[in-house]
Design a protein around this ligand. Structure first.
Ligand code: GLU
Length: 480
């Protein structure tokens, strides 16, 4: 019987969920679901200085928001595999580190930072441009170790690599990848503070948690031979690896978390009013091509059709315009009820939503439903309607100085005062009546009225604005 597929997303809680992390999580999740497998959320928190408070919680929340719900996590553990935070698994790492030492596969290293620096400098001086650990401590006697300990030195543990060993694996995305141990050097598996390094802990955990496939970012490609060496020493089955390509910006440069021009964190998108369905769909196409022309997919559809062989081996471009377009499509598809729930927090930035019925709020929001790319955009569109401010430019001055303008405004005011209601049809008729009465048509008719009501030459449909603001407010503005 084939082994059950088990994959994981294993973030370090050093920050919020990044677009690249969300992509790793998504593709692992889809791979698991396509193969009736499990998707595990594990926390790699051994870099204790860089951990941030709330990192784990926010990453998990953002994943669930996207619809990527782990089958196992610190909050939803399977007792067979728990715990799910590396700092709670230290005993296990110590046990395996000791085993490696006992087998002669690892050794204590007492070198200080200064000594390591000096050794590197010396190698550079000899023309070696990728210096490695010089194995100073590989054969220390007990006496020598004792002497170092007396000096107050605390050892780290290094893995003793097999010399000249070629390590190859079949990457799910890039095909055969080959490294040679001679380019790597004996690396640290346990730091002197007793905390394992990423490359060590990840192997123990992936094995203990019965992970079958590891899909992760390209930045981990060079870690994989280190990890495979460990699997070999332990005699464990090596999982299948796949390394996803980097995500680049429009200039072809790798997305950097420090690049403030591009929003990269889920929390930022949530805050601005992007829909999880749109973000999910966008990330899905970031490095994966469906077998058909279509671009819009639901999560359930993706679970059915996800085929990892269609993951791209060349960089994926992060196209903000495309994301905005996609989000707009999803906003337009929302029904009234969902749209109102989605948009209300943004309306609340402009008006006191308690003063309006849901019907009124929906009317307000629908005026811009086909226009906004994300929720927060409605704030700037709506604000001018409630905060009258006459724009000033030559064109506006000209319109206001036309002989016909006072005549149009007077007629409009009269008809509006008499209007039975402000429904769209009534208003359309009203404009016709004003036009007939004054003999003014088109822009010369509408523009003075728009300017007196909104202060701007452009914006939402006038008849909608009139209905939204109400007769009293419009007459007040006309009289000012
Ligand atoms: N904690 C690692 C990271 O956040 C996980 C890498 C892996 O998937 O092995 O990059």
């Amino acid at each position: 019987m084939d082994k059950k597929v088990r994959v994981r997303y294993a973030p370090s809680p050093t920050g919020f969920l990044h677009i690249g992390g969300a992509r790793s999580a998504l593709f692992n999740y889809l791979y698991a679901k396509r193969n009736n497998g499990d998707f595990v959320f594990r926390i790699e928190d051994t870099d204790i200085e860089r951990n941030v408070k709330g990192g784990e919680e926010s990453q998990l929340n953002d994943l669930v928001w996207l619809g990527i719900v782990p089958d196992e996590s610190p909050l939803n553990p399977n007792p067979k595999f728990a715990p799910y935070r590396q700092m709670e698994r230290l005993d296990m790492y110590h046990k395996y580190a000791k085993w490696l030492i006992d087998q002669g596969y690892a050794y204590e290293c007492y070198c200080t930072e200064e000594e390591l620096d000096a050794s590197r400098e010396e190698q550079y001086a000899r023309g070696i441009n990728a210096p490695k650990y010089d194995r100073h401590c590989v054969h220390l006697s007990e006496e020598e170790k004792e002497k170092y300990r007396k000096e107050g030195r605390k050892p780290c543990i290094r893995l003793k690599l097999e010399d000249h060993l070629t390590i190859s694996f079949d990457d799910m995305i890039r095909g055969k990848v080959t490294f040679n141990n001679d380019d790597i050097g004996d690396w640290v598996i346990m730091k002197s503070n007793g905390i394992p390094t990423y490359n060590f802990a990840v192997v123990i955990d992936d094995h203990m948690m019965e992970i079958t496939h590891v899909l992760r970012g390209e930045e981990h490609l060079s870690n994989t031979p280190k990890q495979i060496q460990l699997y070999k020493y332990f005699g464990w089955e090596v999982p299948t690896f796949g390394h996803m390509t980097i995500i680049v910006n429009e200039n072809g440069k790798k997305l950097s978390k420090r690049d403030n021009n591009i929003l990269q964190f889920m929390s930022q998108y949530r805050e601005l009013g992007y829909l999880p369905e749109a973000i999910f769909n966008f990330i899905l196409l970031l490095g994966w091509t469906p077998n058909e022309e279509r671009e819009m997919f639901t999560l359930d559809e993706a679970k059915q059709i996800f085929d990892p062989s269609r993951m791209s081996a060349s960089p994926s471009m992060f196209d903000q315009h495309k994301l905005n377009w996609m989000n707009a499509q999803y906003i337009r598809k929302l029904n009234d009820e969902d749209y109102l729930v989605f948009i209300k927090p943004y309306l609340a930035k402009v008006v006191d939503v308690n003063n309006y019925s849901d019907e009124q709020l929906l009317f307000m929001a629908n005026m811009f439903k086909n226009e906004i790319l994300y929720g927060a955009q409605i704030v700037d569109l709506l604000k001018p309607l409630f905060d009258y401010h006459l724009e000033e430019n030559e064109e506006i001055k000209e319109i206001l100085n036309l002989d016909s303008t006072p005549i149009v405004l007077k007629s409009f005011e009269k008809h509006l005062s008499d209007a039975q209601n402000l429904e769209v049809d009534t208003m359309k008729q009203l404009f016709k009546d004003v036009g007939a009465e004054t003999g003014v048509k088109g822009k010369l008719l509408y523009m003075p009225i728009r300017l007196m009501i909104t202060g701007q030459m452009h914006g939402a449909e006038l008849v909608n604005i009139i209905k939204l603001l109400g007769k009293e407010e419009i007459l007040r503005r006309l009289n000012k």
